[in-house]
Design a protein around this ligand. Structure first.
Ligand code: MF3
Ligand code: CO
Length: 249
């Protein structure tokens, strides 16, 4: 069942979305060689508290942290650890969700560590972020979830990379995960038709190599099967009669 949100509900979701944005902006500034992913986690937890919200991920299916921090060949759901120390040339996906006044916001970025980013990784980050922008541009009345996925897939594959199939975006509102599922692949005109007040988290996960993913023994961290690097960007986006409204910017 898909819950369409009223204007009052979208206003609330904008507030939780803005908190997610502030947290990610703050954490992004800390990313540097020698910093551990647990350092990012602790800063995020503090910032969420300071802004008066609650973390959405911690405790969700027993996930232990407020952030997911996924480094290099890790696709998503990397668990922050003081043992995972970032180094020059790494890339790290930082995913954060919060709940405020009963409504959720969810967003992710992937950022380089240090100043010497390999050209192929720069391209990976650019292509993944642009694929999200292209997907957001499809969030219009009359378009479908298939159009959103197709926009990601077409752009990513035209650039020689691949989209992960095992994990998808999702509806979001009074729960972190609502209907519909939002795959990063699809067929134009297929799938659920977008209606006014629908809110979806669009989250392309893009691998340099093959699309395959597997989950590590920690039961969370998803990595590429072929060991290739992977990037992830996410925004929470509402369908309005005036087009897409990005709630996490
Ligand atoms: N952005 C991810 C998602 O929407 C992060 C969830 S982590 C979890 O699925 F721990 F909460 F599952
Ligand atoms: Co999400």
């Amino acid at each position: 069942m898909i819950n369409c949100k009223s204007q009052a509900e979208l206003d609330k979701m904008k507030r939780s979305g803005q908190i997610v944005r502030q947290v990610l902006d703050a954490v992004k500034k800390l990313v540097a060689p020698g910093v551990s992913t647990m350092d990012l986690e602790l800063a995020a937890e503090e910032k969420i508290k300071e802004l008066g919200a609650k973390p959405a991920f911690k405790g969700y299916h027993e996930y232990p942290c407020v952030l997911c921090t996924s480094v290099n060949n890790e696709i998503i759901h990397g668990i922050p650890s003081e043992k995972r120390v970032l180094k020059e040339g790494d890339i790290v996906s930082i995913d954060c969700g919060v709940v405020l006044d009963g409504y959720y916001g969810d967003s992710a970025i992937t950022v380089p560590v240090g100043k010497s980013l390999a050209p192929e990784l720069k391209k990976l980050l650019d292509v993944t972020e642009t694929s999200l922008k292209k997907a957001i541009a499809e969030v219009r009345l009359g378009k479908t979830v298939g159009d959103v996925g197709a926009a990601v897939q077409e752009y990513v594959e035209a650039n020689g990379f691949s989209v992960v199939r095992e994990f998808v975006g999702h509806g979001i509102g009074t729960r972190l995960h609502e209907d519909p599922q939002v795959p990063n692949f699809g067929t134009r005109g297929h799938g659920t038709r977008l209606r006014e007040g629908m809110v979806i988290a669009i989250e392309p996960m893009v691998n340099i190599g093959k699309p395959g993913a597997r989950v590590l023994d920690d039961k969370w961290t998803a990595v590429t099967e072929d060991g290739s690097y992977s990037a992830h960007f996410e925004h929470t986006v509402a369908v309005t009669r005036n087009g897409p409204l990005v709630l996490t910017e």
